[in-house]
Design a protein around this ligand. Structure first.
Ligand code: FMN
Length: 317
């Protein structure tokens, strides 16, 4: 099986953008042709269910299955999933074993440091997860209790690197190329993962990877946001997209790019058409960039669709 294209025998259908425009497509797992290499993360607390979920995401075209042992959100932890599993190593290992046995693609694990602020659970459980079949570990060294406050303690990342023979990915507070290089050098991690630094700010990756600190123009920002609005409407339909997108306006338009009242104005608009019209009025040059970027997007029919898969877009970690 070519994991990049998915298992041809798996239950799936070609998605037609128009056909699905008004459906609750969020409930479907869709993989675009330009989304590889792609890791898909699963979370849960039952090894057999997790193994089945892993088989499904592999069939959908995932190149790597990632298991979430980092989510600090109560809704998830109270079910025994997410970061709770760091304190339940037997179950955590059973999950990784079951998932690794279920799929041919590599399996990785995303962890926090533990549940409580001084926890070192990640160091106790990490090596056992590797023995159970994890091909790499990603560590966000904050506790679940910390959520996103304070600083990520990458001295734990360094300790984890020394304990395991697989690549370790460092997550937490990577917001610039300088920070990325410092964390890589001081921890021995194989890679860094960028979270909030890239929210509404895909240009951050250009600076982190290439050292190119060019701030996008207003036109580029408006164009990226318009494309994102369009894609979200295609997935969710206009009504749901209008609500879902509100938090993104601040992420894209903040950072001194547009005046604050402009963001507040967008949030109050009822339809995404009005949002796009207002963005184009504020940055008329964006229209041309949108056309150029849209031409680079793959045909929406080049997607693999797995029906009826309950999947949430935000877990947390
Ligand atoms: C809104 C939001 C959603 C997140 N969702 C996930 C998730 O589904 N799975 C996961 O492993 N981590 C998730 N994370 C955690 C990030 O992957 C990352 O570990 C964390 O934000 C620390 O990195 P940062 O300081 O670069 O943001 C999420 C973080 C945020 C802010």
């Amino acid at each position: 099986m070519d994991p990049r294209r998915g298992d041809p025998d798996a239950p799936r259908a070609r998605a037609d953008g128009r056909e699905h425009r008004n459906e609750r497509t969020l409930g479907y797992l869709r993989v675009g042709i330009d989304e590889h290499p792609l890791a898909i993360q699963i979370f849960g607390s039952d090894p057999a269910v997790m193994a089945e979920a892993a088989r499904m995401v592999e069939a959908a075209g995932a190149d790597l299955v990632d298991v979430n042992f980092g989510c600090p959100v109560r809704k998830v932890t109270k079910t025994g999933a997410g970061a709770t599993l760091l304190e339940d190593p037997g179950r955590a290992c059973a999950i990784v074993e079951a998932v690794a046995a279920a799929v041919d693609v590599p399996v990785s694990v995303k962890m926090r440091r533990g549940l409580d602020d001084d926890s070192r659970a990640c160091l106790a459980v990490g090596p056992r997860l590797v023995e159970s079949g994890a091909a790499s570990l990603t560590i966000h060294p904050r506790s679940a209790r910390q959520m996103y406050t304070g600083e990520a303690d990458h001295s734990l990342t360094a300790e984890l690197v020394r304990l395991v023979g697989v690549p370790v990915v460092a997550s937490g507070d990577i917001t610039s190329g300088a920070k990325a290089r410092a964390v890589l050098a001081t921890t021995g991690a194989a890679a860094v993962m960028v979270g909030r630094g890239a929210q509404g700010n895909p240009w951050a990756l250009r600076e982190i990877v290439d050292g190119d600190p060019l701030e996008p123009t207003r036109e580029e920002v408006a164009a990226e946001l318009i494309l994102f609005v369009r894609e979200t409407v295609r997935e969710l339909g206009d009504r749901r997209a209008a609500g879902f997108l509100k938090k993104f306006y601040g992420w894209y338009l903040g950072r001194g790019r547009f005046p604050k009242p402009f963001k507040q104005e967008l949030v109050r608009l009822e339809t995404t058409d009005e949002v796009v019209t207002r963005l184009l009025a504020a940055a008329p040059g964006a229209a041309e960039i949108v056309e150029r970027l849209a031409a680079e997007l793959p045909d929406p029919s080049d997607e693999i669709l797995l029906d009826s898969m309950p999947i949430s877009i935000y877990g947390g970690g």
